[in-house]
Design a protein around this ligand. Structure first.
Ligand SMILES: Cc1ncc(COP(=O)(O)O)c(C=O)c1O
Length: 384
């Protein structure tokens, strides 16, 4: 694997060595259950509270506003289904967009089957939701809206602050699947104006299977989806994943430290890759917003080159056709379709996700390999 260059950091990131180091003692000597009252438990509980502080520090919130979960899929479910159940008497309408992650879309589909009303707003050609559309969709029954901070496929950043102003004006709760933005983009919850936000450690150089839901202090609490012990204020019962939580905390602290310098370095590498590909290949098209996007995201369509053949041809590069969850599917990405990319072109999309550990040398190798593979496949393509 060591000779394969990893450029799929929107799917997941490697664990930072500092994060792994922080976690290790909680698998071995400090293995206690954080609910136990003896010294093993106290050691674990102290570590959990330190991590809660590290998460809160990145989010600019207080520790009581952080609920640990198993990751963003669970946080998204807890936010949307939990608020829907808490607010069942108040209203039954939820607004989201067609470009959300399946953790949001499928949760909303499930609620629709239970009788809730759901509105899926369209996005513009860059993948952005319009605050005016949001305002027009609000009805007296609207209890919640959910829009992602940054898109996991095309990297486009939504106008979260403007949408939050609309939500606040109408007294509607605003949740964001903020997985791809937190730790890379401004992450202060108060400034963003969010009531609830989902995050996950494995997108910010932490371990898989651990995440959190931010719930603003003055927001109603989501109804628990599980029955069990009283952990996490009863909202998310279950024995705490202490090592994972320590990893999430350490990953948040590191992200805060590297946010500004890391962001510009990664964006420069991404722009260099884009430039090299554009100089050497015709008919490649950028998906997503040219400026308002994640620093490491480069999602391109390569006309006449099917993305699955493209990926199969890349022997030294790990990239993706779009959403990792859809990588077995030959269907065009629902995000590109929502943005109005023609189906035939959407099937040629490749997502490069650059991250903290990529180097300028790797960018050169990836560019050379992509150019070679695209030229070879185009030479065989009947429509080229
Ligand atoms: C935008 C977005 N939401 C949700 C998820 C799911 O996160 P997790 O793997 O922590 O459940 C992902 C990751 O694939 C994502 O990119």
């Amino acid at each position: 694997m060591s000779d394969i260059i990893y450029m799929d950091n929107h799917a997941t990131t490697p664990i930072a060595p500092e994060v792994l180091e922080a976690m290790m003692p909680y698998f071995t000597t400090h293995f206690g259950n954080a609910s136990s009252t003896h010294p093993f438990g106290v050691k674990a509980a102290d570590a959990v509270e330190k991590a809660r502080y590290q998460v809160a520090d990145l989010l600019g919130c207080s520790t009581e506003e952080v609920i640990f979960t198993s990751g963003a899929t669970e946080s998204d479910n807890l936010a949307i289904r939990g608020i829907a159940y808490t607010y069942r008497e108040k209203g039954n309408h939820i607004i989201t967009s067609t470009a959300e992650h399946h953790a949001i879309l499928d949760t909303c589909h499930a609620l629709a089957a239970e009788g809730f009303e759901t509105t899926y707003l369209p996005v513009d050609k860059y993948g952005r939701v319009s605050p005016a559309d949001v305002e027009a969709a609000i009805t007296p029954q609207t209890i919640l809206m959910s829009f992602m901070y940054a898109n996991n496929e095309v990297g486009t950043i939504n106008p979260i602050v403007d949408i939050a102003a609309v939500a606040a004006k109408h007294g509607v709760l605003f949740h964001s699947d903020a997985v791809q933005g937190i730790g890379q983009l401004p992450s202060d919850m108060e400034t963003l104006g969010l009531n609830l936000a989902s995050l996950t450690a494995h997108k910010i150089y932490g371990p898989k299977g651990i995440g959190a839901l931010y719930v603003r202090r003055d927001s109603p609490k989501p109804h628990s989806l599980f029955y069990g012990g009283g952990q996490e204020a009863g909202i998310r019962p279950g024995t705490l994943n202490v090592a994972g939580i320590v990893g999430l905390g350490a990953a948040c602290e590191l992200s805060k430290k590297y946010m500004e310098t890391g962001k510009s370095r990664v964006a420069t590498l991404r722009d260099t890759l884009h430039q090299k590909l554009m100089e050497n290949l015709d008919d490649i098209y950028l998906n997503g917003h040219p400026k308002q996007r994640l620093p490491g995201n480069l999602n391109l369509c390569f006309a006449s080159v099917q993305s699955h053949a493209h990926l199969a041809g890349l022997k030294r590069v790990a990239v993706s056709t779009g959403s990792a969850c859809d990588s077995e599917s030959v269907k065009a990405s629902h995000v590109l379709v929502a943005m109005g990319v023609p189906n035939e072109l959407a099937l040629t999309a490749v997502r490069f996700g650059l991250g903290r550990y990529n180097t300028a040398e790797e960018v050169n190798v990836v560019a050379d390999e992509v150019i070679k593979v695209v030229n070879r496949l185009r030479a065989l393509a009947p429509d080229w």
